[in-house]
Design a protein around this ligand. Sequence first.
Ligand SMILES: *[C@@H]1O[C@H](CO)[C@@H](O)[C@H](O)[C@H]1NC(C)=O
Ligand SMILES: *[C@@H]1O[C@H](CO)[C@@H](O)[C@H](O)[C@H]1NC(C)=O
Ligand SMILES: *[C@@H]1O[C@H](CO)[C@@H](O)[C@H](O)[C@H]1NC(C)=O
Ligand SMILES: *[C@@H]1O[C@H](CO)[C@@H](O)[C@H](O)[C@H]1NC(C)=O
Length: 555
Amino acid sequence: MKVSAVRFMLSTLAALAVTGVVHATADDAAAAAADSDVKVLNADNFKEWADAQEIGLVEFYAPWCGHCKALAPEYEKAATSLKDESIALAKVDCTENQALCEEMQIPGFPTLKIVKSGDFDAYNGTRKEAGIVSYMRKQLLPALSELSSDNFNKFTVSDRVVIVGFIEDTASPEYAELESLAKELRDEYSFGVVTDKELAAEQGITESGVVVYKTFDDGKDVFEGDITADALRSFVKASSVPIFDEISGENYSMYAQTGLPFGFAFFDSNESRKLLEEQIYPIAKQYKGAINFVLIDASKYASQADHLNLKHEWPAFAIQNQGNLAKFPFPQDKEITEENIESFVKDFTNDKLAPSYKSEPIPETNDKGVFVLVSDQFEEVAMDKNKDVLVEFYAPWCGHCKRLVPIYDKLGDVLKNNENLVIAKMDAIANDIPSSDPALQVQGFPTIVLIRGDDNSIVEYHGNRSVESFIEFLEENAANSITYDKAALADEEDEEEKEKEQVVVKKDSEDDDVEVEVEVEVEAEAEVVAEDEDDSVPADKAESEKQEDDGHDEL
Ligand SMILES: *[C@@H]1O[C@H](CO)[C@@H](O)[C@H](O)[C@H]1NC(C)=O
Ligand SMILES: *[C@@H]1O[C@H](CO)[C@@H](O)[C@H](O)[C@H]1NC(C)=O
Ligand SMILES: *[C@@H]1O[C@H](CO)[C@@H](O)[C@H](O)[C@H]1NC(C)=O
Ligand SMILES: *[C@@H]1O[C@H](CO)[C@@H](O)[C@H](O)[C@H]1NC(C)=O
């Protein structure tokens, strides 16, 4: 579940964050329209305007789109903030300027594009006022700004996070490393360099060094060690997240980028938030750069608590790795105190905690052709090296899984007498898969794998949904040989009709935030799930986008 679950969490956070905003802002948008600093563009004035901008930003939108409505007040405020810096913001209503938006190859709404004297480029910033302003300002700066005593102080407070290298020799390898990182991260951070030894000395820097200046926590972090782009990149990312602040859909990715484990502290009231702040802050400070401790609002993100196997009792705390997504809920019968959390975190960092896996109870009887597998028996049954185990991971709501039931049951019956073979199914919503093996990171439903009898190596099943094809697959891949009654199979042939159907879904794409409607042709393949219902666009209004789908989608 590596990539997909991270994205799942992200999109859930993002979706929730957005829905909160959408409803509150319709009035603001209307009010702002009268006295707006956002230039309204159409087919007639678009080109002339774009050519005239040294640097500008254009939003392509549709009036019905929820994300666009959420963006509107932020966009207005950003336009006003940037007005005096000759950075102009404009918008194009694509429902009224279809040809123009087609020509601009707008894939969904809203799409933002930077314009530089008539040339367009992707906008990769956030959709909040501060993010837009900071991103656009950086477009005007060189990747690495030369700093002198005249502009030094102003520069160090010019953004949430700015990075300053103190390197006298512009021909040194350190300078080259800093410059290359500055170019790589120029959209995210402002980088400056001081070559003046006296100015460096005033800042307490005597040898080459790098300092991250920031508007929160202690105000700055001094980088220690050899200046290489790699070391500096990790340092800057870890340094740009606060010691202990609230996480939301807007800033989830900033935390995720660090690659560090999360320490989620759930609050449901000002009291529980205060308690967490008091008890956890000292630990967050101590483990800065190793674990990102965050406050999270349980009333908005309760599903995140479910995901971490926490009961809805607040306050609550859990750690989650980003790499293998292993989760470690803090026992909910224990009090959240600085001492208890500290010892829990210490055990985590010393690898002394066992990850938590959600499981259904082990069934009392399990004598059918298809074995009902649960997380608590996974190791014992699925990883039995004396047996080949075919496992179908399914979701209760998945239609393709339901249609597979009679075929899979038949397969189980036909192969029942094979001592060294188990045909199993597991509800992967009610059970966590207790493995960090990438081959068991389920990306869609159903996912069917063979865990081989001899070495537990994993082969994914990609054949069609017929008993015959399953058997052929097992004969080819299982460690043990297979016997079955061929006559019992004969009456199966008729049922191999290919299922073809049209499903309309909101595809949870890379661009979680862009609204497009996707029509998918699913050919009896894995099911796609629309995670964020609130985001879906009414079909009659959507600018329909056809997109090929391989039938395997993220959770
Ligand atoms: C925006 O991001 C895309 C993909 O991440 C990248 O290819 C593109 O160069 C970026 N654009 C700018 C202006 O940085
Ligand atoms: C993340 O967003 C939340 C909600 O908007 C905000 O309260 C919090 O300060 C933000 N955190 C950071 C680190 O920017
Ligand atoms: C927390 O306190 C603020 C004011 O300090 C108040 O506006 C808010 O409603 C309180 N929240 C809760 C959940 O009690
Ligand atoms: C399904 O796969 C089996 C085995 O590869 C093959 O014999 C059969 O023709 C296939 N059925 C369909 C409908 O494609």
